[in-house]
Every structure is written in structure tokens, then in C-alpha cells.
Design a protein around this ligand. Structure first.
Ligand code: GDP
Ligand code: MG
Length: 373
């Protein structure tokens, strides 16, 4: 974020600095002096108190921005729902994903799955596509959330019947609730224990942790499954389809593409990034910017390692290219119309980062000097 000193902000708002300090104290700021710095976000809030509207500096249009939201989302083509599997460690997330992967029509068509990227699309017997994500890393999730982005439409919360609600279960519940993402609960490992009393005990634990499950009058579906034997997995798919019909997700398939970096890695054949496309369609040869780096798309593969020519909304895809620096999980991906635009955006972002760094360093130095004095 950008930083601004109190005196600069006072000037911008055309208020006498000493008056400004009094006002700031009334707003609840403590130990504040003219040289104190605040983030751009805080400054914008303060400015709003004085009736000012703040505009984000886009560097004379040098930065790339996502398109404005669609005017009529319901006029757009449907896209596959994006489902994130979350839950406590060892409760069976990966096992469940593996089962879904193997059961998918695509897996049969391509003669088995070769890779283990944490995102893939499954074609159900009905012909409908669902995209599944393994829980992304915490930092990546936070980064996407901070930009108000929900990568996921639905959270499937996995709870092992023999372990019930655990700390990471509660964390996942909070995440889904904060992000306002609807949840489906999969009570897993029923091949080990399918005693209805045990299943009910898990439901009670969920309810007492704020999950409004159907049995208790809420609208969160609960299914009992085994990721090992596949028992109940059809019901889980059914529940996901029911919910996604209600949610009715749609997105543009044309225009400049947008998405998110889910994972980044270095492979034998170059730098790769798993990208989830959210809007538009990515094609080989397209230029994409992610954070402070960009590349032209050299090749794209799905999770089965099959080459893809294009990837539309709701599709996870592994992209290979000659990134100048590696992209990072959680970076927003934006297609650039030409190389100059891509380069300008990356340079602008670097400048902003450098400025923020030196402002923070300056602020720390001033603080240290003052403590010495
Ligand atoms: P994750 O940490 O949530 O990804 O959990 P894993 O999928 O790695 O599973 C943890 C352990 O539980 C592994 O030993 C799995 O074989 C086992 N497991 C997962 N699902 C089931 C299940 O439905 N039944 C049984 N019996 N074991 C399971
Ligand atoms: Mg796992």
C-alpha cells in the first residue's frame, strides 16, 4: 500500500496541521505527530471524514486493471462451479479429490491421471463440469481475499466421522462464513464407522460451531461419504449440483481474460503456474501479467497433462511460459493486449512497491531517531 505523512495529508485536505492533529485524536488516533505516516487506505478513510473522495493512483493508466463487473450477469454464459475442499489435516481431503479425479469421465478418456496439480475439472455423467480445488496455501488465500476475491463458489467441508470437529475444521467454517461462501459438509470415513449415532454426534458438533445444517433447520447439506470406497460420493456430487443450480454461476467467455495464480513451480521444461480462469478465455500466445511479472503463454495443459489450446471461465490450467520472475500463488492474472502494456504494468507495480518500501523504511528510521532523542 501507499503511505502518506500526516502533514502531507493535512495539506492535501487543506487543513492546518495542528488542527488536523486534534481532529485525528478525536477520531481515535493515538500518539500521532505531524511526521507520522499512515497507509493509503487509512488516509482515504480520514479524507472521507472531511467529505473528500479519494481516487487510487493508477499511474496514468499504466497499470492493468480488471474489467468492471458485467452489467447483466444473468445474460452471460454459464460456467462450471468452483468447489474448494477444506477441513482438518488427515480428514481425507486429498483422498476425496483423488476419488473424484479417477471417477471423472475425462480421466477414463485420457487413460488415467498423470499429475497432481491441486486443481482440476471433473465431467460428471450428466455432462456437467465441476472444478475442484485443494485448499490453497494460507498466504495465497489471504492475498486473494484481501482483494475481495472469492476464488471459490462452494466450500466442501470434510469432517472425519472418527475425529469430528477440530481446529482446522473451525478455521474452514470461519473462512467460508467470512467470505460468504455456501458450504456442504462431507462426513468422511464412514467405511470405518457408519454408526448413525457417531454421524449425529458430528452434526451436533458442527451445529454448535455455527454451521446451520439441514437437520437443524438450516440450509447446509450434509452427506456421509467414504473417499476410499466411494460410498456416498454420488450423493456429494448431487448436492454440489443442486447448490450450483441455485447459485447459477456465469461469466464472460470473451474479452480480456482474468484469473488467479493457484500454484507456481519450476518444472523441467520451464516455469509453470496453475491458473484458474475467472473471466474471458486464455489461449496459447496470449500475454498475461501476474503481480510484478508477465509472460506470453507458450503451452497450456490440464491436470491430465493433455495440451490445451484454450481455457475458459472456471477452468484451471497449467501454464508454461518464460516468466521474467516466478509468479506467486494468490497473484491476480490479467491478460494484456500487447507487450508494452504488460511491461508498463509490471514497471508501475515495481515503482509502487519500491515507494512503499522506502516510505516504510523512512518511517522506521524516524521512529528510531525519535526514541534516541
Ligand atoms: P488430508 O490431509 O485431509 O488431505 O487427508 P488424506 O486424504 O491425506 O487422508 C489422511 C489419511 O486418512 C490417509 O491415510 C487416508 O488413506 C485416510 N483416509 C482418507 N479418507 C478415508 C476414508 O474415507 N476412509 C478411510 N478408512 N480412510 C481414509
Ligand atoms: Mg491433503
Amino acid at each position: 500500500p501507499e503511505y502518506i505523512s500526516v502533514s502531507d495529508l493535512a495539506n492535501a485536505l487543506r487543513i492546518k496541521p495542528r488542527m488536523f492533529l486534534v481532529d485525528l485524536e478525536q477520531l481515535g488516533f493515538e500518539n500521532i505527530v505531524q511526521d507520522s505516516v499512515m497507509t493509503g487506505e487509512t488516509a482515504a478513510l480520514v479524507a472521507a471524514e472531511y467529505g473528500f473522495e479519494t481516487k487510487v493512483d493508477t499511474g496514468d493508466g499504466r497499470d492493468l486493471k480488471p474489467r468492471p463487473p458485467p452489467e447483466d450477469p444473468f445474460a452471460l454464459p454459464p460456467r462450471p462451479p468452483i468447489v474448494t475442499i477444506m477441513g482438518h489435516v488427515d480428514h481425507g481431503k486429498t483422498t476425496m479429490l483423488d476419488w473424484l479425479r479417477k471417477s471423472s469421465v475425462a480421466a477414463g478418456e485420457h487413460g488415467g491421471i498423470t499429475q497432481h496439480i491441486g486443481a482440476f475439472s471433473v465431467k460428471l455423467k450428466s455432462g456437467k463440469l465441476i472444478t475442484f480445488l485443494d485448499t490453497p496455501g494460507h498466504a495465497a488465500f489471504l492475498s486473494m481475499r484481501q482483494r475481495g476475491a472469492n476464488v471459490t463458489d462452494i466450500v466442501v467441508l470434510v469432517v472425519a466421522v472418527d475425529d469430528s470437529v477440530k481446529p482446522q475444521t473451525i478455521e474452514a467454517i470461519k473462512h467460508a462464513q467470512n467470505a460468504k461462501v455456501p458450504m456442504i459438509v462431507a462426513i468422511n470415513k464412514i467405511d470405518v464407522d457408519d454408526d448413525p449415532r457417531r454421524i449425529d454426534a458430528v452434526k451436533t458438533d458442527l451445529a454448535s460451531n455455527g454451521v446451520e445444517i439441514e437437520d437443524y433447520g438450516g440450509d447446509v447439506q450434509v452427506v456421509a461419504v467414504s473417499g476410499v470406497t466411494g460410498r456416498g460420493m454420488g450423493d456429494l456430487e448431487e448436492s454440489i449440483l443442486t447448490l450450483s443450480e441455485i447459485l447459477d454461476m456465469r461469466a464472460e467467455t470473451d474479452g480480456m481474460a482474468e484469473g488467479w495464480v493457484l500454484e507456481a513451480s519450476v518444472k523441467a521444461d520451464g516455469r509453470a503456474a496453475t491458473i484458474l480462469v475467472k473471466r474471458g478465455t486464455l489461449r496459447i500466445g496470449d500475454l498475461i501479467v501476474a503481480g510484478k511479472t508477465y509472460t506470453r503463454i507458450r503451452t497450456m495443459k490440464n491436470e491430465a497433462g493433455t495440451d490445451m489450446k484454450e481455457a475458459g471461465p472456471g477452468t484451471p490450467v497449467e501454464i508454461y511460459g518464460s516468466w521474467k520472475q516466478p509468479p506467486m500463488a494468490g497473484d491476480m492474472v490479467l491478460q494484456a493486449p500487447d507487450e508494452t502494456k504488460a511491461q508498463n504494468a509490471v514497471e508501475y507495480r515495481q515503482e509502487i512497491a519500491d515507494r512503499a518500501n522506502s516510505a516504510a523504511q523512512q518511517a522506521q528510521k524516524e521512529l528510531a531517531d525519535r526514541e534516541e532523542a
